[in-house]
Design a protein around this ligand. Structure first.
Ligand code: NG1
Ligand code: MG
Length: 514
């Protein structure tokens, strides 16, 4: 499946968004010409995404259900003339916030990235690095990218749980491939490139965001799976009465993962990985857990498949029916409850005692590349959340593919699952915050069927399933009881940015200018 080439903005954006986007693209292209003294050759773009359900389980390799939003990262590009073969000039429409940079691509190809500094062009460098490494491997020889002039404009709110970072890395990888003459870019290759690039910038993330950004088709949600390998199917939303709409609401609580990762995001990745290794030992699995594409190489999904292969002679769990997979997950919820009893969490020595390794070995194996700060690891809670959340995704998908005839019952079924996810994120996975909880409570009392945080949490954004006829009441409740209360001098423009009715948008695309 290749990244499509757009012939117009109508191929990219929902119809009602085209006029606004046309003005925005004009600004970007004019700024490009003004800055570099020549026109752009092409434009690459990738959207942000909202995750409907399946939170904090992609790095455990369980299926998730995101959808692309209209907000995206746009990159206008012109390949540098041959005499300046490997120079890159990168600028941003918001030049004061994101200063212009210029750098030489090293002739041996390796691009250095200092993940400790929050330099906005690091995402570009990591995308360039990812492409360079991939093309080196593919062409079996040294590859150095051509130089290019780049003008960027990102409209996905950063630190907002809508995957601004993934939209930037996906766009970069696509732009660099296109600049180097790759006219048929494989979507899966692009997605895997972007996942690796993202980890270069210091967050040990799963692959959901990049998958949603690359694979999405307008009008559909995306069902993304990571095992046996990265894959996806698109899911249509049935037309119901009342029509269902997804609304995103910003908490405006900055959730900068680079700052909080050692005690938040990256710590959760370690806790889930250790839960998998711990459970494998508790059940005396003969086999080592299989090395997989999870951030630390072993995952709860790997434990899941190995456990049932060994204990119930399941030959290949990827061929298990959905009903049997659901039974397996229900069994795992029970096992995690029975065999991970310590509510207060597990210390390094608890874990080392069971695994028979030293603390140095444990730190080296699981906490060296992405350091974390914790004395106790809540293996019980993280495993319970992951297994129950994987179950909710299956139930959500079953409802979407076979909706009950009564529209109200259908929306209630979806909404209840989303509310359960929020409760689990808040109480078991501990990745919500008071502001997100408040936005959810206000929305539910104003008529939302389902309300939850979306993305990593700890701030950022929320997503709400709202019957169309209740959208205004929900917006009103938030405006009066949240935004105007917390930010009395909030501007109307900021309010517009805070609450967005999200229509499923299209994924990565290239638009040729000449
Ligand atoms: P956000 O917060 O949108 O960047 C992060 C991870 C995802 C996933 C979600 C939680 C990154 C780049 N992405 O999304 O892989 O784990 O949290 O479901 O960190
Ligand atoms: Mg992100």
């Amino acid at each position: 499946m290749e990244v499509p080439t757009a012939t117009s903005l109508h191929d990219i954006y929902p119809e009602d968004a085209v006029p606004v986007q046309a003005k925005r693209w004009e600004r970007i292209l004019a700024k490009f010409k003004e800055t570099y003294g020549r026109p752009a050759g092409f434009v690459a773009r990738s959207p942000g995404r909202v995750n409907i359900i399946g939170e904090h389980i992609d790095y455990s390799l369980y299926e998730v259900l995101p959808m692309a939003i209209t907000a995206d990262f746009v990159m206008a590009v012109a390949v540098r003339p041959s005499e300046e073969k490997h120079r890159v000039r990168i600028a941003n429409v918001q030049s004061e916030k994101f200063p212009s940079r210029e750098f030489e691509i090293p002739s041996e190809g390796t691009i250095d990235i200092d993940a400790s500094e929050h330099e906005w062009t690091n995402y570009f460098r990591s995308g360039l690095k990812g492409v360079t490494e991939m093309l080196c491997k593919k062409q079996g020889k040294q590859f150095v990218s051509v130089g290019m002039d780049v003008m960027c404009d990102g409209t996905v709110p950063s630190g907002g749980g809508l995957s601004s970072s993934a939209s930037f890395t996906c766009t970069t990888a696509l732009a660099v491939l296109t600049a180097n003459g790759e006219t048929k870019v494989d979507k899966k290759e692009l997605c895997e490139l972007a996942i690796v690039s993202e980890r270069e910038v210091g967050v040990n993330s799963g692959g959901m965001d990049q998958a949603a950004s690359v694979f999405s088709l307008r009008g559909s949600a995306l069902y993304v799976s990571f095992k046996p390998s990265l894959n996806y199917t698109t899911l249509e939303f049935p037309h119901t009465d009342p029509e269902l709409t997804f609304v995103t609401a910003q908490s405006f609580v900055a959730a900068d993962k680079h700052v909080t990762a050692p005690v938040c995001y990256n710590l959760r990745v370690v806790e889930c990985t250790l839960a998998a290794v711990f459970l494998a030992k508790v059940f005396g699995l003969k086999q080592e857990l299989p090395q997989d594409s999870s951030p630390l190489g072993v995952s709860l999904r790997g434990f899941h498949d190995t456990y049932f292969e060994e204990k119930q002679g399941v030959s290949d769990n990827t061929k298990t029916s959905v009903a049997d997979f659901e039974d397996q997950l229900n069994k795992l919820v029970q096992l995690a409850g029975d065999y991970l009893p310590q509510e207060e969490g597990y210390t390094r020595s608890d874990i080392c005692a069971l695994l028979g390794v030293s603390e140095d070995e444990l730190n080296q194996r699981y906490m060296s590349k992405f350091p974390v700060r914790a004395d106790r690891f809540k293996l019980r809670q993280r495993a319970l959340h992951v297994f129950t959340e994987a179950l909710r995704v299956i139930k959500f998908r079953q409802l979407l593919s076979a909706p009950p005839p009564d529209g109200k019952e259908f929306i209630k079924g979806l909404g209840d699952l989303m509310n359960e996810t929020q409760t689990s994120c808040r109480d078991i996975y501990d990745c919500s915050c008071p502001e997100l909880d408040e936005l959810c409570n206000l929305a539910r009392s104003a008529g939302a069927a389902g309300s939850r945080l979306t993305g990593a949490g700890w701030g950022g954004c929320s997503v709400h399933l709202v019957p169309k006829d209740k959208v205004e009441a929900v917006k009103q409740a938030w405006e009066e009881k949240y935004y105007k209360k917390k930010f009395p001098d909030i501007t109307n423009e900021k309010l517009e940015e805070a609450v967005v009715v999200s229509k499923p948008g299209s994924g990565s695309m290239v638009l040729k200018i000449v």
